[in-house]
Design a protein around this ligand. Structure first.
Ligand SMILES: Cc1cc2nc3c(=O)[nH]c(=O)nc-3n(C[C@H](O)[C@H](O)[C@H](O)COP(=O)(O)O)c2cc1C
Length: 380
């Protein structure tokens, strides 16, 4: 996509102008190709114009992910209804919630539907977690057989329940074992296998670069790095600079993740890390258009139409209906509460109405009350 026409006019030599501008754009990882350079120079003055193409596409095997703004897996949040909603605004990739590999293969209720039904969707990846090479390989095969285009391995989850089972980010403490899982999954399927991890276990064990290098050699085709260690959980700030060292250690696409919530933070994360794209998690909660907005701000994609007024209410009610259809009324109503809470935060909904909606058990009443959101927003 033609994204920039950069012009420079100065008393400097042309060569200096070229190199400064190119270095700057290369550093932020934004240039794919320079289409043409026009320049003219007199004795004291020079002018340069460059038309360039920005990277708006990441190729993972034969799968093209564009724009390079991806929805992070969030257990309990990025279910199929939410992934569909985010995709409807625009996202290069949406990742299912982590699915426990053994439970998935053995079809424990509630596990399959986390990944299911997104199987055939072009820009959906199904994420699997576990500590056992056999179950990981079997889960990957199942996911592939059901039509998934990509499978992602979770080596970043910090939750005690997962880490104590020696899965997720616990694997950062034993890269040899982590590699046996990666090799088993890559061997088991033909679809591209990607990996999501953190900077390391703690500040004394920052080994994501080593993991990335070994994972690439084993066949991993894309690496996403959450710029925190396991021991940080979600505290402090994501260290986008630290992702740069990992990016330099591999040749596969690297995606920067952590604390990216808008175009400005995405641009900063890309500049600091040199990553090929960004992944957004919590920033999309209550704001499903935010990935498309980032893609517009950073990669010059068409801006999303952010729903306002009645359109916003229609979007919220549509998401609520989709959750009821996916989970059934009772569970759907409960699952919906966190999303409705985020939507209402964004609308500054008065506390009384908020509480009434979040405690209502009758789904028709919830929908009726949601219709009032706009009145309150206007009145507020
Ligand atoms: C509630 C919650 C659930 C998460 N579930 C997963 C998961 O299933 N798999 C995974 O790889 N990461 C998971 N993460 C981590 C996110 O994918 C992401 O790496 C992290 O939230 C940082 O990105 P953000 O600041 O954009 O949210 C989860 C995070 C949160 C807050």
């Amino acid at each position: 996509m033609l994204s920039y026409v950069l012009t420079c006019a100065s008393v400097n030599s042309l060569a200096v102008q070229y190199s400064i501008a190119c270095a700057l754009m290369m550093k932020i990882g934004a240039i794919d190709e320079i289409l043409c350079i026009f320049s003219c120079q007199s004795r004291s003055y020079s002018f340069t114009a460059m038309a360039m193409v920005t990277k708006t596409d990441i190729s993972v095997g034969s799968v093209h992910l564009t724009p390079p703004v991806f929805l992070a897996p969030l257990a309990g949040i990025t279910d199929l209804p939410f992934r569909n909603l985010v995709s409807s605004f625009g996202a290069g990739l949406v990742v299912s919630e982590m699915v426990a590999s053994q439970e998935m293969v053995q079809a424990k209720a509630g596990v399959r539907e986390k990944a299911e039904l997104g199987f055939h969707v072009e820009n959906t990846s199904v994420q699997i977690a576990g500590r056992d090479a056999y179950w990981m390989a079997e889960a990957a095969k199942l996911v592939e057989a059901n039509g998934a285009r990509l499978v992602d391995i979770n080596m970043g989850c910090p939750a005690k329940k997962v880490v104590n089972g020696y899965a997720g980010s616990a694997l950062l403490q034993d890269l040899d074992h982590a590699l046996t899982l990666i090799e088993a999954v890559v061997e088991a399927v033909d679809i591209p296998v990607t990996l999501k991890t953190r900077l390391g276990w703690d500040d004394a064990l920052l080994n994501a670069a080593e993991l990335g290098k070994r994972a690439e050699a084993a066949g991993i085709q894309m690496l996403t790095i959450h710029g925190r260690t396991r021991c940080q959980f979600y505290k402090g700030s994501a260290d986008w600079n630290a992702i740069a060292g990992i990016k330099q250690s591999v040749t596969i696409p690297v995606i920067a993740n952590g604390d990216i919530v808008n175009g400005a933070s995405a641009q900063k994360a890309l500049a600091a890390s040199g990553a090929d794209g960004v992944m957004v998690g919590r920033g999309a909660q209550g704001r499903p258009w935010v990935l498309a907005q980032i893609a517009s701000d950073v990669f010059s994609c068409a801006p999303p139409k952010i729903p306002q007024g009645q359109d916003r209410i229609d979007m919220i009610c549509g998401h609520y209906d989709a959750m009821l259809a996916f989970y059934g009324s009772e569970l759907g109503n409960r699952v919906a509460r966190k999303h409705l809470g985020w939507y209402m935060d964004d609308l500054n909904t008065p506390k009384d109405l908020r509480r009434a909606i979040l405690t209502e058990k009758n789904t028709a009443q919830v929908l009726r009350k949601l219709q009032n959101l706009d009145d309150y927003e206007v009145a507020a």
